[in-house]
Design a protein around this ligand. Structure first.
Ligand code: WTA
Length: 657
């Protein structure tokens, strides 16, 4: 299938400030080929730039594919690399984290913290002491972190990493049920949460939500609570403890020896949505993950010691793990961490943050850019963006208009601006422009080319490479450092989801095209994942929430294009006999879903139908539903049980349009 929408395949932009780094796409392709053909040696040369307690014996153990292990025999510690090394060097008094809380008076934030590497070292050691000495946790145990964007979150991640304790961060916008599912799956022994978190001036009652979640979990023995909002909460005797109180048991200069974790020891689990079934616990290793971060921090972000890097994501997602916490700290850089909404209380809050701290490297998302764009340029007229020397976006395809607008407003059309493609599973960026290495010309909306050593392609259903500008599936052919170890507790599913559509090749689940210069353009998900404002949601989670509602018999959820959020979920619902389809029920269904999954799971519309398009074996054909409402050809419907169902969907949709 050829792409029938217009993408600026031919346009080429050379950012004036990086002219000296620019090379032609064909030369880059040659360099890429050399690195990728020799990918094991190539990645070994990057990994050797890290400090290992013990060098590896084998670069890649590929004896049991797809369960690849990188740098086997090597010993390394993520917390030691991100904290100790810098705290023991001239960087001791360098700021590691600039934290800004959301509450503000006009343009003035009420709370700002500058945490130096020396201070971070002390804090991480103290928390590691708590985990080890107070709670008796050890290497291989799992803990869940359900925290707002406050410094304690990276501190707990680093403290856990120090001990080889596997941490699982649960985004603070998830509900009690979602939290309980993740705690149960990880078998977390400790939950760290806060009394509340600030979001748009309101308190999100995290502890109350956690209490509800804990009613349905059995592994959590202790709960540690960070005081953030001072709202009223209940503390369960014997289980819950304030962090402040526990700190009292910790010697001020506590030192906890970092574990000599093996390269292939799990560092963290991060849950993410897929095609079917419950969210999957993606497990990342230590040595490979740090290697991809080392590479991308240098090639993609061109990180230098005087940089101030701001990634506008939440640490609850992979972007925050890799490019707020571990990537910048691994490089001894200064990372900005902002607690709240980018446009609160003023629409230009984000711009004031850039100005206030002199952000030099900006990593943001298309949805954020489109929401800024909505207000026009005048709002930002008096803002000074001159500190920014490089920027990228992530999370969803960036439309050329949004690219052009931001490139002009913040980038003054003179600095690199790319759209980095990667995912929770890849650990780090895979396709990008590489201003820290060589820069190929920019094109509005493209992702650029794969990183050296990353063997990416676009293939058709029968796994042959597609022709230029022909749509196909994105695949990764060779193993890479940063790849998952497995799905937590479900290795078979790992094989089935990622390594079975094209045997022996990693299938990320995205549609893509490659243009005749060799640039990649990721077009969106090929499966039932919806990207709402860049957040990854599975239709399964939304549908299973809906069918648990007493009025609902069946439900199909699909993503439809949205000018601001990229995509939004809409639901087609079959009610149980005797239920009345009305506005009130719609409202209550929407509230129900938000409660079950979390506030990010807002259905943009709900349509009532009497039947859904299904195969004869009873599987809902979401593909057909989506085609009908996006005005695309419905394709092959020979397996459809009842063609009238397609008409029903069409009618319900048209009537409400
Ligand atoms: C999408 C986020 C187009 C893609 C880091 C992928 C993108 C999913 C881009 C992973 C981009 C991410 N251009 N699409 N620059 N970046 N995606 O796991 O569909 O939350 O499969 O990781 O986001 O989402 P995840």
């Amino acid at each position: 299938m050829s792409v029938n929408w217009s993408l600026p395949f031919e346009e080429k932009i050379i950012p004036s400030k990086y002219q000296s780094k620019v090379i032609s796409p064909s030369i880059y392709k040659e360099l890429h080929k050399i690195a990728t053909e020799n990918y094991k040696d190539f990645w070994a040369s990057i990994a050797s730039q890290l400090e290992w307690f013990k060098p590896w014996e084998k670069v890649l153990d590929d004896s049991n594919p797809p369960f690849y292990k990188w740098f086997v025999g090597g010993e390394i510690n993520a917390s030691y690399l991100a904290v100790d090394r810098h705290a023991k060097s001239w960087r001791k008094n360098k700021v590691a984290i600039i934290w800004e809380g959301e509450p503000a008076e006009g343009d003035k934030p009420k709370e700002v913290r500058y945490i130096t590497y020396g201070e971070l070292y002390r804090e991480v050691n103290r928390v590691a002491y708590i985990l080890k000495e107070v709670y008796g946790l050890k290497k291989g145990d799992a803990i869940s972190l359900y925290l707002p964007m406050i410094p304690e979150l990276p501190i707990f991640m680093l403290a856990a990493a120090r001990l080889g304790i596997i941490f699982s961060v649960v985004f603070s916008g998830f509900s009690a049920q979602a939290l309980a599912d993740r705690i149960n799956d990880a078998k977390a022994k400790l939950l760290v949460t806060a009394d509340g978190g600030w979001r748009r001036g309101k308190i999100v009652p995290l502890k109350d939500i956690a209490d509800k979640a804990l009613e349905n979990t059995s592994t959590v023995e202790k709960v540690l609570v960070v005081k953030r909002t001072n709202n009223n909460i209940t503390m369960k005797e014997g289980r819950d403890e304030y962090l402040d109180n526990v700190y009292k048991q910790v010697p001020l200069n506590a030192y906890v020896e970092p574990e000599r974790t093996k390269s292939e020891d799990p560092l963290f689990i991060l849950y993410t949505s897929g095609t079917t079934g419950k969210p999957k616990g993606i497990v990342h290793d230590t040595g490979g993950y740090l290697t991809i971060l080392r590479a991308t921090m240098n090639w993609v972000f061109d990180i230098k010691d005087n940089d101030i890097m701001w990634t506008t994501a939440d640490i609850g997602w992979i972007t925050g793990h890799s490019y707020i916490v571990f990537g910048p700290l691994l490089e001894g850089a200064t990372t900005v961490m902002y607690e709240g909404a980018l446009d609160y209380p003023n629409p230009d809050r984000w711009a004031s943050i850039i100005e206030r701290y002199g952000v030099t490297i900006l990593y943001t998302s298309p949805t954020a850019i489109r929401s800024f764009m909505k207000l026009g340029e005048d709002v930002y007229k008096s803002r000074d963006f001159s500190s920014v020397r490089l920027m990228h976006s992530v999370g969803e395809p960036i439309n050329p208009e949004a690219f052009r607008w931001f490139f002009r407003l913040v980038g003054k059309e003179s600095i690199p601006f790319g759209s980095t493609w990667w995912m929770t599973e890849t650990g780090g960026i895979m396709i990008s422009h590489l201003p820290g290495l060589y820069l190929i010309p920019l094109k509005p909306g493209t992702n650029g080319m794969p990183l050296p050593g990353i063997d990416v392609d676009v293939v058709s259903e029968n796994s042959n490479p597609t022709k230029p500008e022909e749509r196909g599936y994105l695949v990764i052919r060779k193993p890479w450092p940063g790849m998952p170890l497995t799905i937590w507790g479900d290795p078979d599913r790992y094989v089935k989801v990622y390594w079975s559509k094209f045997p022996g090749i990693f299938y990320p689940g995205d549609f893509a095209v490659k243009d005749s210069d060799g640039y990649f353009w990721i077009l969106g998900r090929a499966d039932e994942v919806i990207k709402v404002a860049g957040h990854r949601l599975g239709t399964y989670e939304l549908e299973s929430a809906l069918i648990h509602h007493p009025a609902v018999a069946e439900a199909a959820v699909v993503g439809v294009p949205d000018p601001l959020k990229g995509e939004v979920p809409v639901a087609f619902v079959v009610l149980k006999v005797g239920q009345k389809a009305n506005e009130e029920l719609k409202k209550s269904l929407n509230e129900w879903v938000r409660e079950q999954v979390g506030p990010i799971a807002s259905l943009s519309s709900i349509y009532f139908v009497s039947k859904l398009p299904k195969t004869r074996s009873g599987k809902i054909m979401r593909r057909v539903v989506k085609a009908v409402i996006t005005n695309q050809p419905v394709g092959d419907i020979t397996t459809l049980e009842d063609e009238a169902s397609v008409e029903e969907v069409k009618k319900a949709y048209e009537e409400l349009k």
